[in-house]
Design a protein around this ligand. Structure first.
Ligand code: FAD
Length: 382
């Protein structure tokens, strides 16, 4: 079905992104996968092209756009080019909203120009070895010492940590008996601070070029002026911003499912089995017809959510619905597409194999499918 969510400005932007990915990233992506991270120059390039700062206000060197659809375009083009690289999405879709919404003017002047031009890459550290889904269980602490916070603890699974200059660290700054959600705050931590260390870049089954690392904080002194928003209100801030994070994951999952169908269509027309093209078998037609219908349903949901989000009304429960639906859809569709590739689908030089490995995590990060179901159930009164 014809999509109506994007206007000419979005499409011009899309053409730029598509072109740069095809020229600068696709040919070298296998090297980035081997290295376990994208090179720093890539982010600089995206900054120069205005991709990182498209939603940063003009006075801080950005494009001044308010529409999240520009982010969706980048996300879709990454998936279309079969590039599993969530570090860009973390920077633009997940971290930037915190820096736009909860910073004062001085902090904006300090951070936003670098965020826009790629000079300051960012990550966000919520998850800890002992707690992921249950963010109220965060044990990393920040205690006040004059005009600094002293940060201690550890985080894990932090996307983009290897290249990050600034990490938004969620830490406990006070304890309120009977209310585990109170007392969490967000500190913007300079990764060159003494006591801040990046541990292992974790070896994952997919998303090989997306660095995902452990972090440790050993008496890291964070200036008081690096507190984001108000002390003790992080849980509320996370709740608000996780809606966009989940929409972002859904957009990517949806576009990856669509890309899997496209490449499988090409494969089944070229591959011959039992003397005729694979595409000629009824099973092939039925499987791809089911996938095409599923992708269309997911697209309608994503597009509706994009409109709702730009209008300022995407609720936490609706974001959970779109993430749950599109990530589960991605797994089903990519699995069926892999099956149609036969043994080649299991070989990493075929893109469908990498897409299969990359897809598995979308039902886990940004809140698991089970957590999404809990949010949705609560919203319908259960
Ligand atoms: C590649 C990758 C990138 C990531 N990037 C980041 C990042 O940049 N920043 C960051 O902070 N985190 C990041 N994460 C962490 C991610 O968000 C967590 O892994 C996720 O939230 C789940 O937490 P957990 O791993 O601790 O699992 P757990 O919370 O231990 O969950 C284990 C199982 O228990 C289930 N479960 C938990 N609670 C409930 C419940 N209430 N009801 C029913 N079942 C439940 C879960 O669904 C899951 O099946 C990343 C993870 C990965 C793998």
């Amino acid at each position: 079905m014809r999509r109506t969510v994007f206007d000419d400005d979005h499409e011009v932007f899309r053409a730029t992104v598509r072109d740069v990915l095809a020229r600068e990233v696709v040919p070298v992506f296998p090297e980035w996968e081997k290295a376990g991270a994208a090179p720093r120059g890539f982010y600089r390039l995206l900054g120069k092209l205005g991709v990182l700062g498209v939603r940063v206000p003009e006075e801080y060197g950005g494009g001044g756009q308010s529409s999240f659809k520009f982010n969706a375009v980048v996300n879709e083009e990454m998936a279309r080019a079969k590039l599993g690289l969530g570090t860009v999405r973390v920077h633009t879709d997940i971290v930037l909203p915190y820096l736009l919404r909860y910073t004062d003017d001085e902090q904006k002047r300090r951070w936003l120009p670098g965020v826009a031009d790629g000079g300051l890459m960012t990550a966000i550290a919520m998850t800890e070895p002992g707690t992921g889904s249950d963010l109220a269980g965060i044990t990393t602490t920040a205690t006040r010492d004059g005009d600094h916070w002293i940060l201690n603890g550890a985080k894990t699974f932090i996307t983009g940590a290897v290249n990050a200059d600034l990490v938004l660290v969620v830490a406990r700054t006070s304890v309120s008996p009977g209310n585990r959600r109170a007392g969490l705050s967000i500190l913007v931590v300079d990764t060159s601070s003494p006591g801040f260390s990046v541990g292992r870049n974790l070896a994952k089954i997919g998303l090989k070029a997306q660095d995902t690392a452990e972090l440790a904080f050993d008496d890291v002194r964070v200036p008081a002026e690096n507190l984001l928003g108000e002390e003790g209100r992080a849980f509320e801030y996370l709740g608000h911003n996780l809606a966009q994070e989940r929409l972002s994951i859904a957009v990517n999952a949806q576009a990856a499912a669509a890309a899997a169908v496209d490449l499988t269509l090409a494969y089944v027309t070229e591959r011959n089995v039992f003397g005729k093209p694979l595409s000629g078998f009824q099973n092939t037609k039925f499987v791809l017809a089911e996938c095409a219908a599923e992708v269309e349903a997911g697209q309608a949901m994503v597009d509706r959510a994009l409109e709702e989000h730009d209008a300022g009304g995407l609720s936490v429960a609706d974001a959970a619905k779109v993430k749950l639906f599109c990530t589960e859809l991605q797994s089903r569709v990519v699995d069926k597409c892999l099956q149609l590739h036969g043994g080649y689908g299991y070989v990493l030089e075929y893109p469908i194999a990498r897409m299969y490995a990359d897809a598995r995590v979308t039902r886990i990060f940004g809140g698991t499918s089970e957590v999404m179901k809990s949010i949705i159930a609560k919203s319908i009164g259960l």
